[in-house]
Design a protein around this ligand. Sequence first.
Ligand code: SAH
Length: 255
Amino acid sequence: MNTGKVTLVGAGPGDPELLTLKALKAIRAATVLLVDDLVSPEVVAHAAPGARIVHVGKRGGCKSTPQAFIEKLMLMAAREGENVVRLKGGDPFIFGRGGEEMEHLRAAGVPVEIVNGITSGLAAATSLGVPLTHREHAQGVIFLTGHAQQGASLPDWRMLAATAREARLTLVIYMGVSGAAHIQQDLLTGLPASTPVAIVQRASHPDQRHAVTTLGEMAATIAAQALASPAVIVVGDVVRGVAAAGHAVSAVRAA
Ligand code: SAH
């Protein structure tokens, strides 16, 4: 049997120049590409002319393709001998369900490779000149989701707030804007209201927007500036000193 393979490829946060050379090579070699909605068209444009491109994300208000169906598509294509690339926003192993997809494919006997991408939390901070760790302000960083799978419990924000304060950690929250009021309320049990916060929408895209505020004003700022998904929230002293709000584009884009 001529089994193909699947490569889970991180497409990076948006700016096509933030793609790795390894990702580019995989995209060019793919015969079938399954593309998430957070992936930039300029990244998909690297696909070979004859490659089959399937968009499996939410587009134009349509419902996203169910996860089980995406996994079935990958499996079928690989079994037909195709070189399948699954293009995912940011890094495939950070909140992208890449782990689940890998397990599913491996259980079915399909070879799987992973190519890292620059995760949006990292790109969001860097685009504002914010280092996620800093010897004076943060000894480490925690990547969190503000939106748990149905039935699963959300992060324990109260415990995290206390830990972040004591251990001096930066919090990077994905999928957190819609639950910002609740997250703010719980984080305030352990962190001061003056803790600096940055919200970055569509990091590294040409239409990137951001706001810098404090934990006490976080939800109000998100509402007032109509910041919406996809956005990342960075909480911690590393944010201090960034200009209050604006449409600053990333350093890479500004070139
Ligand atoms: N694997 C992706 C995350 C997928 S979960 C990664 O590593 O980046 C989807 C969430 O990621 C979005 O709701 C948002 O919180 C965040 N996200 C993805 N792209 C983003 C971008 N360009 N700017 C800000 N946040 C982004």
